[in-house]
Design a protein around this ligand. Structure first.
Ligand code: ADP
Ligand code: MG
Length: 242
């Protein structure tokens, strides 16, 4: 079976620093895959390589079997990649609904656009906030709006970089339920996450990055039982960061 996403021997250097170091990782169609690892492990850099925001120093990226290593970011989006990065990027001065219209207007129009926007608002529990300025939303709600904007184009692969950063435990749990629901509806999701309770809630497949390399891979049970994984986490502390 061809993986939906396949990174092979991927590396990214910043001067003398190997942020991503000979990393090979595959995501199968339909998977809900969590990427974890201490701060500085290379998770966000890996995402940027997948998205085409940085050129790799070495290695290849394949998507739906096609070599996309040298494709521009916009071409990857057209092929079905969608992302929500760590720092929220909503249009703060516009209403919530308008944010979604802007995100979806290339794909839908007329009544279909309105229907899609309504569906997404309900999915992320923002129907009651539709006319509110996005900048006035609570932090967690802003993150949900961004998730809705990312999934509105019906991507083949959804990439989420620390979707629960700064959320309360209740918001985090609710975000987990949203992601599980998306995955039940057949969306393939790759999530970078710090919060282990959240990873336990959602993850089916877990990859652990450390110093830019793939350190361990397995089910959530295998990963939480892995003493070497516990050590790299405890060694670096549990603080939340970017
Ligand atoms: P993570 O997301 O796992 O916390 P990052 O991918 O952000 O890790 O960073 C991996 C390493 O690469 C870190 O040591 C970070 O300081 C470094 N790094 C990330 N982006 C850059 C950049 N644009 N220039 C130089 N160094 C970078
Ligand atoms: Mg990061």
């Amino acid at each position: 079976m061809t993986a939906l996403l396949e990174a092979t021997n991927l590396s990214k250097r910043f001067g003398g620093l190997k942020a991503v170091d000979d990393l090979s990782l595959a995501v199968q169609e339909g998977e809900l895959h969590c990427l974890i690892g201490p701060n500085g492990a290379g998770k966000s850099t890996f995402f940027r390589l997948i998205l085409g925001r940085y050129p790799p120093t070495a290695g290849t990226v394949r998507f739906c079997g096609e070599d996309i290593t040298h494709l521009q970011a916009a071409a990857r989006v057209r092929r079905g990649m969608s992302v929500k990065m760590q720092v929220p990027g909503v249009f703060a001065e516009l209403p919530v609904r308008q944010n979604l219209v802007i995100a979806l207007q290339h794909k839908f129009s007329g009544p279909e656009l309105a229907r899609e926007v309504d569906r997404l608002l309900a999915l992320v529990d923002l129907s009651a906030e539709a006319t509110k300025q996005a900048g006035q939303l609570a932090h967690g709600q802003k993150q949900w709006l961004e998730i809705a904007m990312a999934i509105g184009v019906r991507p083949r692969l959804l990439l989420l970089d620390e979707p629960t950063a700064g959320m309360s435990p209740e918001e985090t749990y609710k975000t987990g339920e949203m992601i599980l629901e998306l995955n039940r509806k057949a969306m393939t999701v790759l999530v970078v996450e710090h919060d282990m309770a959240f990873v336990r809630q959602i993850a089916r497949q877990v990859s652990v990055l450390h110093l830019g390399r793939l350190f361990a891979q397995g089910s959530i049970e295998e990963i939480t039982d892995n003493e070497a994984v516990q050590e790299i986490y405890l060694g670096k502390g549990h603080h939340h960061g970017h």
